[in-house]
Design a binder for this molecule. Structure first.
Ligand code: NDP
Length: 325
């Protein structure tokens, strides 16, 4: 079987397509024939070696995949069943989805919900799953479509673009923040009512600014998140899931102690099974057919490494699907 394999030579990460045997795969109770995987920001960091994602080499990257069960020792999964995997450290410390087969723990798998096929599931992927968790975090914070406008940062990315589509479908008024003027029409086609330039959010912010947003989904971090926090309404919620702009957060306690702002972290990797299943069912139900037509680019496994480099250089819009077989 073909797989993208990462090795480390003289401190540099080298990515090559290699032929592996099933026996080479790590231990696990389910063997999956992978049909589709995708490229997330974390995959791009791992494949290019730009981020310290992988500590043990050789490693097959790919933090998510969809495919069919080839062999299962767990009665909950049968041969031929369609399954999805995101997170749990797969593609980071357990061989991942950029391979024609993957052997994993049954505890990590979710049965493909009705209404999705493997390709659609990977157009959604970890990014879309995380976007759904962010929307659920806003709901948990009591943010409703009537509360006011919702800001989405890093809007052209996988998480941001899916969050816009989901919020729009749920009736929220969405404002996007993007560093790319050229993506305005695309972001509006997903449902954004306005698109603000990223430059408005990268200046230093005062501890509190004019209250504008009823909710926000932030994929960027650093100064952008600090500015967003300073502009949140009284009693609003920010779901923070990303660090595309940096991991720091130069903020103050003021939004929290004077405006009752809730900053809700969102992690998709260790999400418990029940919330995972709920999120996938809602994704299957909410995303319109047009989302799958417009939100993705498709590459072959052989092109995954060079596309990862383009993703790091912010030259990719929306989701990148990898056709594994
Ligand atoms: P993408 O690379 O697809 O998108 C990131 C977007 O952020 C870009 O499209 C761009 O949008 C914007 N951006 C890029 N570089 C910068 C920069 N230097 N400063 C400010 N904005 C920038 O990534 P994903 O959407 O897949 O992921 C977004 C973030 O969320 C990443 O940090 C990722 O690691 C994280 N993540 C976290 C998860 C979790 O479990 N917590 C799960 C999945 C992702 P534009 O050009 O429109 O500004």
């Amino acid at each position: 079987m073909k797989a993208l394999v990462l090795e480390q030579i003289d401190g540099k990460t080298i990515a090559n397509i290699q032929t592996l045997k099933t026996d080479d795969l790590p231990a696990g109770d389910v063997l999956v024939d992978v049909q589709w995987s995708s490229l997330n920001y974390k995959d791009a960091l791992a494949i290019t070696g730009k981020g310290k994602i992988i500590r043990n080499f050789p490693m097959v990257p790919g933090i998510d995949f969809a495919g069919t069960v080839h062999h299962s020792e767990d009665p909950r999964f049968h041969i031929g069943q369609s399954v999805i995997l995101t997170g749990w450290g797969v593609g980071e410390n357990h061989w991942g989805g950029l391979s024609e087969q993957a052997r994993v723990s049954s505890e990590w798998l979710v049965a493909l919900p009705q209404g999705l096929d493997a390709r659609k599931a990977m157009i959604i992927g970890t990014a879309g799953f995380t976007a759904m968790l962010c929307v659920m975090a806003l709901e948990d914070g009591g943010v409703t479509p009537e509360s006011g406008e919702i800001l989405v940062t890093g809007a052209s990315g996988g998480v941001g673009s899916t969050a816009i589509a989901l919020l729009t479908r749920l009736g929220y008024h969405v404002v996007a923040v993007s560093g790319r003027d050229s993506n305005e029409a695309y972001l509006k086609s997903l449902g954004a009512e306005r698109v603000l330039p990223r430059s408005e959010f990268t200046a230093d912010s005062r501890p509190l600014e004019k209250q504008i947003w009823a909710g926000a989904i932030d994929t960027v971090g650093d100064k952008v998140l600090a500015k967003v926090l300073a502009q949140m309404d009284y009693n609003s919620t920010v779901a923070a899931c990303g660090l595309a702009g940096g991991y720091q957060l130069p903020t103050t306690v003021m939004p929290f102690i004077l405006r009752n702002v809730r900053l809700q972290g969102v992690d998709s990797v260790m999400t418990p099974h029940e919330r995972r299943t709920q999120a996938w069912e809602r994704l299957a139900d909410l995303l319109p057919e047009s989302f799958y037509e417009n939100a993705s680019t498709e590459v072959a496994l052989e092109k995954a490494a060079e596309t990862a480099a383009a993703l790091i250089d912010n030259k990719v819009t929306g989701r990148t699907l990898v056709k594994v077989r």
